[in-house]
Design a protein. Structure first.
Ligand code: HEC
Length: 191
């Protein structure tokens, strides 16, 4: 009688410890992934912006379009081959169809748009989805330079507009205003 009870207690405590061990170690992994993603995004963002703004200054926006279209996939590939994860940019108003968000990404972007309207500061969003750890880092259009290619017709010079329209006939990435949500860096870790 006593032994049986004792046995049950031992089993319950073993199971409980296992449960905590598993949940705790998951939490540590998530934090690790999150921190790694944050630093990768920082590098990605800086590399892209530095090259883009330098190009605009040296040869004008109309001759800098390829910086955005060629450099970002190159960075994405470089990062993906170095680490066990993928990163890309997504946007509901995308210029390149490769940046069209999936359902999960769309939901995060729509929540952020609501939060921005309510005057909230956006924060990184992460979730485990089908054996993947997914992270979304917001991209808010916070630099006037961006408007030279993503602003209104008056803000984009005619030559640039012509080139953009020729290359992206279904372009949705225009008429943005400063402070609006432009999209996100969307990362996925295999777990
Ligand atoms: C010289 C023109 C130019 C400037 C300036 C520019 N972009 Fe872009 N942007 C593009 C082009 C072209 C694409 C499509 C790239 C591709 O084909 O992958 C793009 C794509 C993007 C995307 C991916 C989603 C999509 O629409 O396909 C984001 C996000 C983005 N730009 C944000 C920005 C931000 C933020 C700035 C300012 C820091 C900026 N861009 C400045 C030309 C520009």
């Amino acid at each position: 009688m006593f032994n049986k009870k004792y046995d049950t207690l031992v089993w319950v405590s073993i199971l409980l410890s296992l449960f905590f061990l598993i949940t705790c170690s998951k939490q540590v992994d998530e934090e690790l992934y999150l921190n790694k993603t944050k630093s990768v995004v920082q590098v990605f963002k800086t590399e892209l912006q530095t090259n883009l703004f330098r190009a605009i200054q040296e040869r004008g926006a109309e001759n800098s379009i390829e910086v955005c279209s060629e450099l970002s996939p190159a960075i994405e590939e470089k990062i993906a081959s170095e680490n066990n994860f993928k990163i890309k940019r997504v946007s509901e108003k995308f210029r390149n169809k490769n940046h069209e968000p999936d359902e999960w990404e769309k939901k995060v972007l729509q929540n952020w748009s609501r939060e921005l309207k309510d005057g909230k500061k956006l924060t990184v969003f992460s979730e485990i989805q089908n054996a993947e750890y997914r992270v979304m880092n917001p991209i808010v259009l916070d630099n006037a330079n961006c408007l030279q290619c993503h602003g209104s017709k008056n803000e984009i010079n005619p030559k640039t507009l012509e080139k953009i329209q020729a290359k992206y006939p279904n372009d949705k990435a225009r008429d943005f205003k400063l402070g609006e949500l432009r999209g996100a860096f969307s990362s996925r870790w295999k777990i």
